[in-house]
Design a protein around this ligand. Structure first.
Ligand SMILES: Nc1ncnc2c1ncn2[C@@H]1O[C@H](COP(=O)(O)OP(=O)(O)OP(=O)(O)O)[C@@H](O)[C@H]1O
Ligand SMILES: [Mg+2]
Length: 664
């Protein structure tokens, strides 16, 4: 049985003599493990066979020492060399037996190379995993630190900026605000977060501002960017800002946040004002020379006349005195006019507004203007029959017209034609919006046109500037147009300039209409109505802009027409398809709903062939009319138009042939 174990064991079992270490016997496990034949090793020592690697000598010594001392070793880890020189890991157990009085060493050795390798591998893999884990952790830490650093950087830019910056939810709720902005209202972040932007102390102390901001936020919430100059009351006083709000959009174009930003420009504005004031003073300085010259001339004229009077009185001839008095007075008047213009320019004149009839005013000045411009210039007046009144200082308006006439005269040294025209006009919303400070409404217009030299663009650009003149010193002060501008603006109107070099210049003054009822004598109105030929005709008026429709209706019925009104194409067509008697259709082209004026008229003409039509159109709607290809009996008027022109077109249209009637 022992023998069987000896032969069958996978471990190696070796017997050797303890005294000299020679092998007595080894089992097949030995042969397999170390590659030596049994016969090769018996009778030799392990040293002689060479199963111990040289490098492990110390280990072998320790093994033998322990064996000598304790009489046995157990699971001793070591390494052995095979016959081919390969080193294998082993675990050795040994003890000493006494057989027949001789001490025999029994060694059982197990090859653990594979086991160790597997263990190593496992350990290596664990180490690698641990390292990977550590690296990952480190990476995450690094990245977090980087993010934190970049957030700190951005945050510090945000916090230390002098600009006011913040962050809003798309509905305007405050999410964040930087230090500068919070300091300006002496607030802490938690005082403002969660509130609507317009409901914060930046805006609530300024009347009207919260509404404005609320409207802006709504616009930005829809994806727009806004930017305005705003002036607000802050604890530190009234401050002006360049204020903007930008939407932040996600990939799908949705607004995810709003960034409000404000840069204070109070100081800049102040500096600009100061500069402007300084420039004005400089210009005033330049002017003084010219003015002193003018005044000296005028004074010389007055003094000269006084001296002549003294001489004549000395001579006892008093008959010529009135002439000198007249002369002196007229020169004094010119001096007074000069100071008046200076006052007008400095806007320190007190205006005396009265209801003024511009037609009468122009008519009364005709003589004076003709005399001022001289016989070389023909003066024409074209006055609107029913010109509206305006509320303004009539004397100033006269002075303005005279100034324009003098400008025209100066532009026509070789004579020419001066036309003064009055018209009633309506300014539409869309046109008003294109000009700063102009509101839509009814205006009475005075145009002064000359056939003079005209102005090159660079002169036109500066013509309204105070003290800008192209005339020699002593002849022009450059205050004429700036005074007119100041006065007309003060009166709620505006001035426009059209000029073409070599052709001439038109200055157009629009003054707001005053009151609904033009103050024209009853007798005058009667004659005006009497001239309308087809004044009993019926006009269907279709326009969605109620004020304009009412105005046209008022004027048409004032002239004796019967007027039916409709606000859109559908309503208009309903009337046109009824048996109602209609002589003329006046329709806006752009109408709400899905039927424009042209389509309505075309549909109406199916039942009323030859129906007379006047289209009113804004420039943009021309396309709807089909490039000006209009059927007979159809006419078009482009906004804006003078009411006279409109009335003329109406009666012209009605006079042109028979009025077609309902045939359906
Ligand atoms: N009708 C015009 N035709 C051509 N140029 C004109 C006309 N009106 C004004 N200008 C130009 O605009 C300038 C400024 O006109 P403005 O009336 O303000 O001053 P002025 O006529 O030069 O001097 P002032 O009116 O004070 O005597 C003129 O010097 C001239 O160059
Ligand atoms: Mg002038």
């Amino acid at each position: 049985m022992y023998r069987r174990v000896f032969y069958a064991s996978p471990d190696y079992i070796a017997f050797s003599r303890l005294s000299d270490g020679t092998y007595i016997d080894v089992n097949p496990g030995f042969e397999r493990m170390l590659g030596y034949k049994r016969t090769e090793v018996i009778g030799r020592t392990s040293k002689e066979v060479g199963i111990w690697p040289e490098s492990d000598a110390a280990q072998r010594t320790a093994y033998v020492e322990q064996l000598r001392k304790d009489g046995l070793v157990k699971d001793y880890p070591g390494r052995l060399r095979t016959s081919t020189g390969k080193i294998i890991d082993v675990e050795a157990s040994a003890n000493i037996l006494e057989v027949d009085g001789e001490l025999i060493l029994v060694a059982i050795v197990r090859d653990v190379t594979e086991r160790n390798r597997a263990e190593h591998e496992l350990r290596d893999r664990e180490t690698a995993l641990r390292q990977l884990n550590e690296t990952l952790e480190q990476r995450v830490q690094e990245r977090t630190a980087q993010l934190r650093a970049s957030e700190t950087r951005i945050r510090s830019i945000f916090e230390t900026s002098y600009q006011f910056m913040g962050l809003l939810a798309p509905d305007g709720t405050m999410l964040d605000a930087n230090r500068a902005s919070l300091e300006s209202i002496n607030a802490k972040l938690e005082d403002v977060t969660g509130r609507a932007l317009w409901d914060t102390p930046w805006f609530t102390a300024t009347p009207g501002m919260p509404e404005k901001i609320r409207a802006s936020v709504a616009a930005v919430g829809k994806g727009e960017s806004v930017r305005h100059e705003i002036t607000v009351n802050l604890p530190a006083g009234v401050r002006t800002f360049d204020f903007s709000m930008r939407p932040i959009l996600d990939a799908g174009g949705r607004v995810t946040a709003i960034v409000p930003e404000a840069v204070e420009i109070t100081e800049r504005r102040r500096a600009e004002d100061a500069l402007r004031q300084a420039q004005k003073m400089e210009a005033v300085g330049q002017l003084t020379g010219g003015l002193a010259h003018d005044f000296n001339n005028l004074l010389a004229g007055i003094v000269g006349n006084l001296q002549l009077m003294r001489v004549r009185i000395g001579q006892g001839s008093t008959g010529s005195l009135p002439r000198y008095i007249d002369a002196a007075e007229s020169i004094a008047d010119r001096a007074a006019a000069l100071t008046h213009r200076l006052l007008a320019f400095s806007r320190r004149q007190t205006l005396d507004p009265k209801i003024t009839n511009v037609n009468r005013l122009v008519a009364s000045m005709r003589e004076l203007i003709q005399r001022t411009v001289g016989p070389g210039v023909q003066v024409h007046t074209e006055l609107a029959a029913d010109a509206w009144n305006t509320m303004c200082d009539a004397h100033q308006l006269e002075s303005a017209l005279l100034n324009l006439a003098i400008n025209a005269r100066d532009a026509m040294p070789n004579g020419g034609r001066l036309t003064i025209e009055t018209t009633n006009s309506i300014l539409y919303q869309a046109q008003a919006a294109t000009q700063e400070g102009v509101s839509p409404g009814r205006y009475v217009t005075i145009s002064v046109t000359d056939s003079g030299t005209g102005m090159p663009p660079e002169v036109m650009a500066r013509a309204f500037d105070p003290f800008f003149t192209t005339k020699p010193i002593g002849q022009g002060t450059g205050l004429g147009l700036s005074m007119i501008f100041g006065f007309i603006k003060q009166s709620g109107g505006y001035v426009r300039l059209h000029s073409e070099p070599g052709v001439g210049t038109t200055v157009r003054i629009d003054l707001p209409m005053h009151g609904g009822e033009a103050q024209i004598d009853k007798s005058e109105r009667k004659t005006a109505t009497a001239v309308s030929a087809a004044a009993s005709a019926t006009v269907l008026l279709v326009d969605d802009e109620a004020p304009l429709r009412m105005l046209l209706a008022e004027i048409l019925s004032g002239a004796g027409y019967a007027v039916i009104e409709a606000a859109d194409g559908r309503e208009g067509l309903k009337i046109l398809q009824s048996p109602q008697h209609i002589d003329l259709l006046v329709s806006d082209v752009g109408l709400p709903g899905n039927m424009n004026g042209r389509q309505m008229a075309d549909a109406a003409r199916v039942l009323r062939p030859g129906l007379k039509v006047i289209f009113i159109t804004g420039y943009a709607e021309h396309a709807a009319l089909g490039n000006g290809q209009l059927d007979t009996g159809m006419q078009v008027m482009t906004k804006p138009f003078a009411l006279d022109t409109f009335m003329a077109k109406v009666s012209e249209s009605l006079d042109a042939g028979a009025v077609s009637q309902f045939t359906g």
